[in-house]
Design a protein around this ligand. Structure first.
Ligand code: ATP
Length: 290
């Protein structure tokens, strides 16, 4: 198997007495879309900032595209793209101007017009950034992250503030980038986003990895009981079962035609995620022992 794009072993980071990341081990494979999930304060941004080389770690080994990000050379920085939680400034310039200027910093940038089109900013390309809506500014953040043609793209809560259509468009862009071979590490609080985009998800809380799997299999979702629901005599009925097909056959035999309001559901990614983090949401990150 090839070297992972990101390799983390025993990563720890403490702010004062506050342990934000607590012995994290994680690999992100080359070419995969990986979603890092976790409640507020779980340590996602701290982890991503260490990987981006913006934050020094206290302990552990980290390799990003084969290089330790702590003190990595400029040539390494050119191979990664970063979309932070929020960026600002540059209000008097236009998206085209900032993209052109940023593109000049890279050896093999994408065409600025291609990036404007892919991020849905063509119509705003020559307007001042101060006149863009919140969602359009976020698209510009994404555009700036991909203009350098990165091998590895970090996206920190990329679709916050997007309307539903813009989110769908963005998901299409991420899938395109992934099929071009870009490795993508994304943090998000939207479970549907992780389900749509991620090959694998990692759930962290209090700086520790709680679960790691495909969205479909996380927390044993595939093998959990299904809920079969229907309406009978004007009353909503439901039962949980490990054999939903047998229940459907029994219902089909009881009703002459369609079974009224029939649904079969399994725990959603959100149900599974909430169950995983439940023991961790009331407490904050671990305190460093005295
Ligand atoms: N610069 C800092 N100084 C002190 N404490 C910090 C600093 N940055 C983060 N923390 C603390 O470290 C913990 C982890 O923060 P982090 O931003 O990594 O979490 P997160 O998972 O990204 O949260 P969110 O989902 O809210 O963005 C939090 O308790 C936070 O308050």
């Amino acid at each position: 198997m090839s070297e992972p794009a990101i390799r983390i072993r025993g990563l720890s980071k403490t702010y004062g007495q506050h342990r934000a990341v607590d012995g994290l081990d994680l690999d992100v494979r080359c070419g995969e879309v990986f979603a890092l999930l976790g409640p507020n304060g779980a340590g996602k941004t701290t982890t991503v900032e260490v990987l981006e080389g913006f934050r020094d770690r206290d302990a552990g080994e980290v390799s990003v595209l084969g290089t330790d990000p702590q003190g990595a050379p400029l040539a390494w920085r050119e191979r990664i793209g970063i979309v932070l939680q929020s960026s600002g400034g540059l209000d008097l310039l236009t998206p085209r101007e900032v993209l052109r200027t940023t593109a000049r910093c890279y050896r093999q940038p994408r065409e600025v017009d291609e990036v404007l089109t892919r991020t849905g900013l063509q119509e705003k390309a020559d307007e001042r950034i101060s006149g863009l809506s919140g969602g359009q500014r976020r698209r510009l953040d994404v555009a700036l992250g991909i203009v350098g043609r990165p091998e590895l793209l970090f996206l920190d809560e990329p679709t916050t503030g997007f309307d539903p259509q813009a989110r769908r468009d963005f998901w299409g862009l991420i899938r395109d980038l992934a099929s071009d071979g870009t490795t993508i590490l994304l943090t998000t609080h939207y479970l549907d986003e992780a389900e749509h985009l991620a090959d694998r998800v990692g759930v962290i809380a209090a700086g520790r990895l709680l679960a790691l799997d495909t969205p479909a299999a996380l927390g044993g979702r595939q093998s959990q009981e299904a809920t079969v629901s229907w309406e009978e005599d004007g009353v909503r009925r439901s039962l949980r079962t490990a054999t939903p097909t047998a229940e459907l056959l029994a219902l089909a035999a009881r009703f002459p035609g369609e079974v009224p309001e029939l649904t079969v559901t399994r725990p959603s990614l959100e149900d599974t995620y909430l169950a995983l983090i439940a023991p961790h949401v009331s407490g904050e990150s671990a305190q460093v022992p005295a």
